[in-house]
Design a protein around this ligand. Sequence first.
Ligand SMILES: [Mg+2]
Length: 305
Amino acid sequence: MLRKIKGAVFGFAVGDALGVPMEFKSRQERAKVPICDMVGFGTYNQPEGTWSDDTSMTLATMDSLKYGIDYENIMKNFKKWMYEGYFTPYGTAFDIGMATKEAIGRYRNGTPALICGGNGEMDNGNGSLMRILPAALYDFYKGENIENIKNFSSLTHRHIRSIMACMLYTDFIIHILKGKSIENAFENAVKFLFAYYKNEESKELANYNRLIKNLKNLSENEIKSTGYVVDTIEAAFWCLLNTSDYSSCVLKAVNLGGDTDTIAAIAGGAAGLYYGIENIPEKWIKKLAKKDLIDKICCGFAESF
Ligand SMILES: [Mg+2]
């Protein structure tokens, strides 16, 4: 189990770190100079191996979940991250999304954890999807009903569209943990989502229609790699479905341009879990900032099951 967890979390952090220097750069730029290794500096002027908010919030969630599900406590950890630099590579939080920043601000001002997330249609960046992986692992190993994912998402993103993306990714991760292939896990997760919401939220579901229509065979031009939660999950699955090893998957994600770190992290978390930690290039793991902290948090998290 620890090995699986490490595959997922290191796969996630490496994807994040590969994407950080290239965040917001265009796909045209990547077509001219494709990324094929971990590099430093770029967008945030950080040394190579620096991971961002995606990994920080993932670690903050894991650190809290080792004591069971306590949403207030998870928000406390997010607050420590954002204001005090806990769970960061070098003591300062960076690359924080607007909706996340506002939600943590509300928590600091006394709003209960479960209603801190914005629930407007414009609050559908990928900020809850980017930190949902530990909740998926937790639900699988604890045999919890994944309906709690609605709560996990709502801490920062309370709109149904963000919740749907988190439910979909969680169900996908659980199928992978059950030993399904990427293709099969994806098909099952999409079926689950559409069945689950078919009565109450059929209009919202339409935002995910491309997932049932042969996403894998869409051309790269049809894949948008923005920070909008629907674009992000489509791009991450598209990379997972069109590659057959860890490195190709995360590099494909980074070379899409746009929200590179989050898409590579989300795809990389699943790829690391599926292909195993041994399939993640060791040189990339070695370069990760604070890899001992990541390792320690993985161990603490695994021990709680
Ligand atoms: Mg980031």
